[in-house]
Design a protein around this ligand. Structure first.
Ligand SMILES: NC(=O)c1ccc[n+]([C@@H]2O[C@H](COP(=O)([O-])OP(=O)(O)OC[C@H]3O[C@@H](n4cnc5c(N)ncnc54)[C@H](O)[C@@H]3O)[C@@H](O)[C@H]2O)c1
Length: 345
């Protein structure tokens, strides 16, 4: 049974991917410093959670010496675009600096297969829709820049020591597991669907729509929403490609369909049966009007297609999660479990 190390596996997308890997028959170990992750998100028996920072080179050297890993998936990083504009060094330090330390430990241990969480934010301002991988990459914020830098670093490592990587450029991750055991619990939450559902549940008073004068059918921004379980499945297929001796790859992971902010709100009203108070504000700096993936490369190279990203299905699953403890994990396990260096399964 191949053993997969999942860095950032106690976070939103990572935790769903861990479950998909376990279902696919892999042995899985999670590495997470729990700065934004949740020990309660690691739910499968037999999956160990190692609480360390990927930038701690001594700890990472020990980690790779103690276990043998056939491949690594790296979700670990900071994700808040707005914060990255005000505090770019925080993003470069973690998403590039710490992630490079992690790669050094991988190299030293001879682990040469990596799936990496990249993003459509690496494209910046788009020339043409839907977005193909040939679109020029010119990020407009430090978050997107940090992800693009890492893509380039992975290319150089491929040339230098044969690291094979799959960079998955996600569009908007959303939804939750069908059993509502795990879901999206970011703090602060900046993503549209949980914010809309918080408004539906009365946890927040209203949802603010930024910009109603875009050149889209209803004037609000359009995004490509991909169910987190479809994303998880793309990771399983990327791991299979690498374990099968496949070459490095960069590909979009989206549905190819766009939904406007207003359409998301309408779907949320229908699914929840709740009134949702909407306030309309001005455009936000740096929000492109429309981001929609062309997922052809993922279809052809990974034999991947989304199966559960129907927008009503996405919102139904996210709503079920929101009904459960307001979309938050219960308070974490006792603090001695969370001390750095802690391992529990
Ligand atoms: N959520 C989205 O829509 C989206 C879209 C595009 C790309 N991504 C990328 O996908 C990845 C996962 O996103 P998410 O939404 O699950 O975020 P998340 O914050 O829920 O998960 C990231 C995890 O990484 C951990 N982490 C951060 N720095 C670490 C470090 N130095 N060492 C060890 N662990 C560390 C955090 O504790 C957290 O559990 C991120 O890299 C993000 O940039 C997310």
């Amino acid at each position: 049974m191949a053993h997969i190390l999942v860095a950032g596996g106690a976070g939103y997308i990572g935790s769903h991917t861990v479950r998909a890997l376990v279902r696919a028959g892999y042995q899985v170990t999670v590495l997470d410093n729990l700065v934004h992750g949740h020990s309660g998100a690691v739910v499968d028996k037999g999956v160990s959670l190692i609480v360390e920072d990927m930038g701690d080179i001594a700890a990472m050297t020990r980690l790779f010496a103690d276990n043998s890993y056939d491949a690594v998936i790296n979700f670990a990083g900071y994700i808040n675009v707005g914060e990255s504009v005000g505090n770019p060094l925080k993003y470069y330090q973690n998403n590039v600096g710490n992630a490079v330390q992690f790669l050094m430990a991988m190299q030293e241990a001879g682990v040469d297969k990596l799936v990496f969480s990249s993003t459509c934010a690496t494209y910046g301002v788009i020339d043409q829709l839907p977005i193909t991988e040939d679109e020029s990459q010119a990020p407009i914020n430090a978050y997107g820049q940090s992800k693009l830098m890492y893509e380039h670093i992975l290319d150089d490592c491929d040339t230098a020591w044969g690291l094979k990587s799959v960079c998955l450029r996600y569009f908007n991750a959303c939804g939750a597991s069908e059993d509502a055991l795990i879901g999206e619990d970011h703090s602060p939450e900046t993503h549209l669907i949980p914010l809309v559902l918080q408004a539906a549940k009365g946890i927040r008073e209203s949802i603010i729509v930024y910009g109603t004068d875009y050149a889209t059918a209803d004037g609000t921004c359009i995004r490509d929403y991909i169910h987190v379980n479809d994303l998880a499945d793309a990771h399983v297929k990327a791991v299979q490609r690498l374990l099968g001796g496949g070459d490095s790859l960069k590909c979009n992971v989206g549905t190819g369909n766009g939904f406007s902010v207003n359409e998301i709100i309408e779907s949320a009203k229908k699914i929840t049966g709740s009134e949702i108070k909407v306030e309309y504000g001005a455009r936000r700096e740096g929000d492109p009007p429309e981001l929609v993936a062309d997922p052809t490369v993922a279809h052809n190279e990974l034999q991947w297609s989304p199966t559960c990203s129907d927008i009503d299905n996405v919102i139904r699953s996210a709503w079920k999660w929101m009904q459960n403890n307001d979309g938050h994990y219960p308070r974490e396990r006792p603090s001695h479990h969370r001390a750095h260096g802690g391992i529990f399964s």
